[in-house]
Design a binder for this molecule. Structure first.
Ligand SMILES: CC(C)(COP(=O)(O)OP(=O)(O)OC[C@H]1O[C@@H](n2cnc3c(N)ncnc32)[C@H](O)[C@@H]1OP(=O)(O)O)[C@@H](O)C(=O)NCCC(=O)NCCS
Length: 167
């Protein structure tokens, strides 16, 4: 029997959330969360190829046997650890799961040699921007028309030496 999050008053105990590398069988759940979170709708092949190339930095959050979030990070040749996508199931947001995924992927990318962690975010995505700024990311530049629908992105960076580790 699955446990309803209402049993916890709408809050999930983070101790019951496991952050682990994604596996092939997680891809349908990851794609469901992606469709519920973004206007872009990447084909399955994008996730499969990403997983094959970045098995240690494509992570999922599992709660009660269910995938409730994911983050996709990779190390670029210029030693920027780039976060390609992060999302949490809308029903599970605001419980610290996004922060836990972000923390784990940053640590893994820095351990693999990243000097910076970088990402793009929609300029209208205030929740995510606030979250990144709390982690120490700074807005480096605005990329005009970055998204397919014409919206601009902020390119945000966190230097590895400013990463204070897990709080
Ligand atoms: C950004 C995102 C991954 C954060 O995940 P999350 O699990 O809600 O993150 P956290 O619980 O760690 O909280 C992050 C902040 O979101 C805000 N928040 C609180 N409740 C929230 C809710 N129900 N929904 C969204 N954000 C909420 C708070 O500012 C919170 O900060 P706090 O720690 O001071 O409370 C998630 O909102 C999401 O999937 N958004 C849609 C996809 C997206 O925009 N991804 C980023 C693209 S660059």
């Amino acid at each position: 029997m699955s446990v309803s999050i209402r049993q916890f008053g709408g809050r999930i105990p983070l101790a019951m959330v496991a952050i682990r590398p994604a596996r092939l069988f997680d891809i349908p759940d990851v794609m469901r969360i992606e469709r519920e979170s973004f206007r872009e709708d990447y084909p399955r092949g994008v996730f499969l190829v990403f997983l094959e190339n970045n098995p240690d930095t494509f992570l999922v959050a599992e709660y009660n046997g269910r995938v409730v979030g994911y983050v996709m990070g990779y190390l670029r040749p210029d030693l920027e650890g780039h976060i390609m996508s992060i999302a949490v199931d809308p029903a599970y947001r605001g419980n610290g799961i996004g922060s836990a995924l972000l923390t784990e992927v940053i640590e893994r990318l820095i351990n693999r040699g990243a000097r910076y962690i970088g990402l793009e975010v929609r300029v209208s995505n205030e929740n995510a921007i606030k979250l990144y700024e709390r982690f120490g990311f700074r807005r480096i530049k605005r990329i005009i028309g970055y998204y397919a629908d014409g919206e601009d992105a902020y390119y945000m960076l966190l230097p590895a030496e400013e990463w204070g580790g897990r709080n």
